[in-house]
Design a protein around this ligand. Structure first.
Ligand SMILES: *Cc1c(COP(=O)(O)O)cnc(C)c1O
Length: 426
């Protein structure tokens, strides 16, 4: 469900025609719908009903302050994976006691910042991290709330680059090692055992792996409690998929039921860390056709949307819908095209071999499903300033990130003062 539809022949975000966005902010631009973001958050939150729970939005999916502030105001917490994301979550007004911190490579500086902030839980991913965190917390005269991130060794049946819960992945510690590590944690005075955590992968479209992982986590939590450890919370991670094309992912209601079935009467507080399912279909990337290039075997729509803006098609072979802003007349001519960008890489495409209504230079279009892992994965490759981001609320457009300038490209750079090159011209 989202709020991007043709109305009177023009694609709108809620009540704002995307032609207005292009005229006011230019292209390429990310356009988010407030109503869609709120609806997705509420549906997930309400799916857990009266069971004590916290929905921690995965900041890496969309770290825009404007998006985080909106979700935070609805009651969202944050799942962060770096000191930078912690900074953003706090800056957006998300209370520290709703922030959980995952990641295999937290530095001492990052751990210290999170201790200072007083976050809800550290999701510790290795024995080495336990020791460092214990020492840092003791040095600060405090105790760090800790949940071990366990790896339940479950195949989430998704793209290998976004599978994280297999034995061969770098994330978490093996389930079989968990009990011994909790015994160890109980003896470290800088730590306070809080819960159990996991995250098995992303864009999961089947309930089976989610239910199986949930059962294993809850069984672990129960066993730990029987052994005397004060485990009060289980964090099931994120990963619920969305429909980019014809996928039929489980609904948030089915997802929550699978988790709550596993939790049963254990009384455990539930945390989930959805990213994509909240933001993915709540954003589009608005671009413009620059050229239509007829090559020998193909037709290329050359556009101003580059892989530096949206890398998912190049990185994962991801499918994203491409929709012209001007609604094609019924039965209008179509062409099979590659939608490519200006970046000097053959992987610079948004769609390949796609049959689309005919488009011409100057025409606007949207890449759909760009609200998650779109702007957040963008770069300045080819020295392309990062695009603007706008949040639409009904008929109002708010710029939540201005387009970068050329000056922004070089803001942190300087020319080294070097002796003149030997034999160089003066
Ligand atoms: C990426 C990530 C998420 C979010 O995954 P989605 O598929 O976007 O829901 C949640 N938790 C952790 C630890 C992650 O790394």
């Amino acid at each position: 469900m989202h709020h991007f539809h043709h109305r009177h022949g023009t694609l709108h975000a809620e009540d704002v025609p995307l032609t207005d966005v292009a005229a006011r902010v230019g292209t390429p631009t990310w356009v988010y719908s407030r109503a869609t973001l709120e609806r997705h958050f509420r549906v997930m939150d309400e799916a857990f009903g009266q069971h004590p729970h916290t929905v921690c939005f995965a900041v890496k999916a969309n770290p825009s302050l404007g998006v985080l502030a909106l979700l935070g105001a609805l009651g969202a917490g944050a799942d962060v994976v770096s000191g930078g994301e912690l900074f953003r979550a706090l800056r957006a007004g998300i209370p520290a006691d709703r922030v959980v911190y995952s990641g295999v490579g937290k530095t001492e500086r990052e751990l210290t910042e999170a201790l200072r902030a007083g976050i809800r839980s550290f999701h510790v991913e290795s024995e080495g991290e336990l020791e460092i965190l214990d020492a840092l917390a003791r040095g600060m005269g405090t105790r760090a709330p800790v949940s071990l991130r366990v790896n339940p060794d479950i195949d989430p049946a998704t793209h290998p680059y976004i599978s994280t819960g297999l034995r061969t992945n770098k994330f978490g510690v093996p389930l079989a090692r968990a009990a011994a590590l909790y015994d160890r944690m109980a003896r470290l005075p800088g730590l306070r055992i809080h819960g159990v955590a996991s995250h098995i992968g992303s864009q999961i479209t089947q309930l089976g792996p989610i239910a199986e992982a949930a059962a294993r986590l809850v069984a672990l939590a129960r066993a730990l409690r029987s052994a005397g450890h004060p485990v009060t919370e289980v964090d099931f991670g994120g990963g619920l998929g969305i429909a980019y094309r014809d996928e039929v992912p489980p609904s948030p209601a089915d997802y929550a039921r699978a988790i709550l079935d596993a939790v049963g009467d254990s009384g455990l507080h539930v945390v989930v860390e959805p990213g994509r399912v909240i933001a993915g279909n709540a954003g589009v990337l608005l671009g413009r056709v620059l050229y239509v290039k007829q090559a020998e075997a193909r037709t290329f729509l050359v556009t101003d949307v580059g892989m530096n803006d949206s890398i998912r098609p190049a990185l994962y072979g991801a499918h994203h819908g491409v929709v012209p802003v001007a609604e094609p007349a019924p039965g209008a001519a179509q062409a099979t095209v590659d939608v490519v960008g200006p970046v000097c890489e053959s992987a610079d495409f948004q769609a390949r071999d796609r049959t689309l209504p005919l488009m011409h230079p100057g025409d606007l279009f949207c890449v759909m499903g760009e609200g998650a892992y779109g702007a957040s994965m963008s770069s300045q490759y080819n020295s392309r300033p990062r695009a603007a981001e706008v949040l639409v609320d009904g008929g109002t457009l708010h710029v939540i990130r201005t387009r970068e300038s050329y000056e922004d490209l070089v803001r942190h750079e300087s020319v080294a003062t070097l002796p003149p090159p030997a034999g160089g011209r003066s």
